[in-house]
Write a protein that binds this ligand. Structure first.
Ligand SMILES: [Zn+2]
Length: 320
């Protein structure tokens, strides 16, 4: 019995490879190593030069975009290739539900993302996106697949690309030096769309990245982690208006994140939320304190102002 078993094995070997078993085995191993290297995502370390075109492949993404419960017909509504905001006079209903079919976005730049200015109040006005450091000529990539809605010069933002995606979100890439796509072009996840720079009103080269839904700017860090992982914080995210008002955030400080992944959580947050008071003509801190039944010191503390600060008409104060 033992002998028979032995015999079968040795016949098997000799039929198989005529003594070349080892070589074959070696090749197979090399092949599998090669395959696994090929399937690894391309690392964003190489610096690309003008003229390079690169598509970062992610096998699953295209199919995934279609997996959204209700992917939008991108060009069906408010499709305007000449205006930065195609949704003028439309008001989204809060909380906004956003769905993602993937767990990570494609990084818009090929280097470490260093945020130099966040979404928030800056020099007396709103900064409706985040600034990511780069060197002029660095390649810019689309964060998701979609269709280019806008690729032209916009006051302040300079050369700007707006891409609309299948979940209704729009990503904005500003202060570019060059475009490699044009309006109505279909782009893939990670597709090369242009080169970074400092066109428009930019102090130094950087990418101004904006995230919009129905023309409303959303705090990019509420949705995405700007780290090496390129993580989308959840597959379903509910956005309250808190994450769309720049005056509720500080452009130098990361806001405390409390992510809502269900409608219930988002609605609950409205119950114990802070009120905003808009300063009117003739208002003083004491008048506002009296009207809202809170001490002046509390208003000063929450709004980072002094009791001697001069209020401006239209200024927004948080009332707790
Ligand atoms: Zn900016």
């Amino acid at each position: 019995m033992k002998l028979l078993f032995y015999l079968t094995i040795s016949i098997g070997i000799s039929l198989n490879g005529h003594g070349q078993n080892l070589t074959i085995k070696g090749k197979a191993k090399d092949q599998s190593k090669k395959n696994s290297e090929q399937s690894k995502p391309i690392k964003h370390t190489a610096l690309l030069k003008v003229g390079d075109s690169l598509i970062l492949k992610k096998n699953t993404t295209e199919a995934n975009e279609m997996k959204l419960v209700n992917p939008i017909d991108i060009k069906a509504n408010h499709w305007n290739t000449t205006t930065f905001n195609a949704y003028k006079n439309t008001k989204p209903k809060f909380p906004i539900k956003l769905e993602f079919s993937d767990s990570s976005y494609s990084s818009p730049i090929a280097r470490n993302k260093v945020i130099t200015s966040r979404f928030g109040w800056r020099n007396g006005r709103g900064h409706n996106g985040i600034d990511i450091d780069l060197i002029t000529g660095d390649s810019i990539f689309s964060m998701f697949s979609g269709v280019v809605r806008f690729a032209r010069y916009s006051t302040g933002y300079g050369k700007t690309i707006v891409i609309r995606h299948y979940n209704g979100l729009e990503t904005v890439y500003a202060h570019l030096s060059k475009y490699t796509v044009k309006p109505n072009d279909t782009v893939k996840y990670g597709q090369h769309i242009g080169y970074g720079g400092m066109s428009g009103n930019a102090r130094g080269s950087h990418l101004h990245l904006g995230i919009y839904y129905n023309g409303i700017a959303i705090h990019p860090e509420y949705l995405f982690e700007f780290s090496k992982t390129n993580k989308i914080r959840a597959q379903e995210i509910w956005v309250t208006d808190k994450w769309t008002h720049s005056y509720l955030h500080n452009h130098k400080k990361q806001s405390t994140l409390n992510l809502f992944t269900t409608k219930e959580e988002a609605l609950k947050s409205y119950k114990n939320r802070k009120k905003t008071y808009i300063v009117k003509r003739g208002d003083t801190l004491s008048k506002i304190a009296l009207k809202n039944n809170i001490p002046i010191t509390t208003i000063c503390k929450t709004n980072y102002i002094k009791s001697s600060s001069i209020l401006k008409i239209g200024q927004k104060l948080i009332i707790e």
